[in-house]
Design a protein around this ligand. Sequence first.
Ligand SMILES: NC(=O)c1ccc[n+]([C@@H]2O[C@H](COP(=O)([O-])OP(=O)(O)OC[C@H]3O[C@@H](n4cnc5c(N)ncnc54)[C@H](O)[C@@H]3O)[C@@H](O)[C@H]2O)c1
Length: 255
Amino acid sequence: MVTASASSPATGQLAGRRVIVTGAARGIGAAIATTFAEQGAHLALLDRESERCAETAALLGAHSFAVDLGDPASATSVTTAAIDALGGIDVLVNNAGILLFAPLLEITVHDWDRTFDVNVRSMLLTTQVVARAMIASGTKGAIVNMASMGGKVGSPRQAHYAASKAAVISLTRVSAMELGPHGIRVNCICPGYVLTEMGAATRTTEMVAEWSSHSPLGRCAEPEEVAEMALFLASDQGRYCTGQAMNVSGGMVMH
Ligand SMILES: NC(=O)c1ccc[n+]([C@@H]2O[C@H](COP(=O)([O-])OP(=O)(O)OC[C@H]3O[C@@H](n4cnc5c(N)ncnc54)[C@H](O)[C@@H]3O)[C@@H](O)[C@H]2O)c1
């Protein structure tokens, strides 16, 4: 739920920082946007759900941009427009993603490509636009990508999703290697199960209980708990972290 007030405080861990969050209309992205606004960030929210994105943005005093990040030309042009609206860029959070279910033998080329277009290629394109702007302005910024524990350990009926999230981890590492000399840090987050709208249509109480049993903490995550890790990585607190894939999985994954 988005509850922050419209004006960003002048103090906080992200005071005055100009931030793009993708997939921010709802779920983890909205929680990140809310947490960042509470810490003084100036925000541009990108999402394909235009109305909901605008509603979330209005609550946070943020700019809102409707975009299908799976379309490469739109991803590039809207990211450029968001940087212009913010007057520069300090932080990019690549959070937007999709989860499709199918057994390995039934995955279609269409669904494989769509998963990689949205979950991985969009991150490359937004990173290119943002990193060029940071380098041109000498900004020592931060980029946070949303991976998944599925990218480390896989999950049945999610080969396309898990492979795309493994690609996010790899993209994050190489981005960190190449952008580090410019003072730009790049990390990703590997959440466990977060009870958002993603996958909600097929989720049962029994499934949630089963997932929870895999965590030593005995529960799934709240979106805000992922947002706190994003805040750490985006802020100066994480200033010596780069190229990392940080688990927020309640101990379901420990490597
Ligand atoms: N929920 C989980 O258990 C979980 C676990 C691990 C990783 N993740 C990752 O966290 C991120 C956020 O997930 P969530 O649970 O909040 O999901 P969600 O489905 O609730 O939200 C995803 C947001 O991304 C937007 N989006 C999707 N495709 C888009 C596109 N082509 N262009 C623009 N916007 C698009 C959606 O409109 C939505 O607002 C995703 O990358 C997801 O893979 C989620």
